[in-house]
Design a protein around this ligand. Structure first.
Ligand SMILES: [Zn+2]
Length: 160
């Protein structure tokens, strides 16, 4: 991935430097899947400061996505908001520090692994399939998520 956000440790003032702006959607695109769709630029508001042999970067990140609910398959908007972002990157021979790959990973990791309508934090809604497929879920807490997901798809096929 091309470097989109870099820090030159040699030019970092003692008090640090504020980094604000946006990064293109391509940062968090995943070619292998069409269920995780970034819908707009990533906003960053970070502060970078040198600490001995490291650069400490902290601040906040915002990245809008459209995800598919695993229950009802409908897409919903999800905004990744990380307000306590902090990473520490070692300085090696005063070389440029590239934050691109780390930001990409941290934003994608903040996405729900089993997205559901009720996770939507942009325009919240109840999942229309809520409760349809898991009437006994309270009694079967040990049921594996993959099993219940498979069952969901079976029921959905019958509804068509
Ligand atoms: Zn849903």
């Amino acid at each position: 991935m091309e470097p989109l956000l870099t820090i030159d440790p040699r030019n970092l003032p003692f008090e640090g430097r504020r980094l604000t702006g946006t990064l293109p959607v391509s940062l968090v695109e995943i070619p292998e899947t069409n269920t995780i769709r970034p819908t707009g630029p990533i906003e960053y508001n970070l502060h970078a400061v040198r600490d001995d042999d490291n650069v400490v970067v902290s601040g906040s990140l915002r990245a809008p996505f459209s995800l598919d609910c695993v229950r009802c398959i409908a897409p919903f908007d999800y905004l990744v908001e990380i307000d306590d972002y902090e990473i520490e990157v070692p300085i090696e021979n005063d070389q440029m520090i590239d934050l691109t790959e780390g930001l990409r990973e941290d934003i994608l990791l903040a996405l729900p692994s089993y997205p559901r309508c009720e996770d939507g934090n942009v325009s919240p809604r109840d999942c229309p399939a809520e409760g349809l497929f898991e009437p006994n879920s309270d009694n079967e807490p040990d049921q594996a998520p993959t099993d219940s997901k498979t069952a969901d798809w079976d029921v959905l096929d019958k509804l068509k």
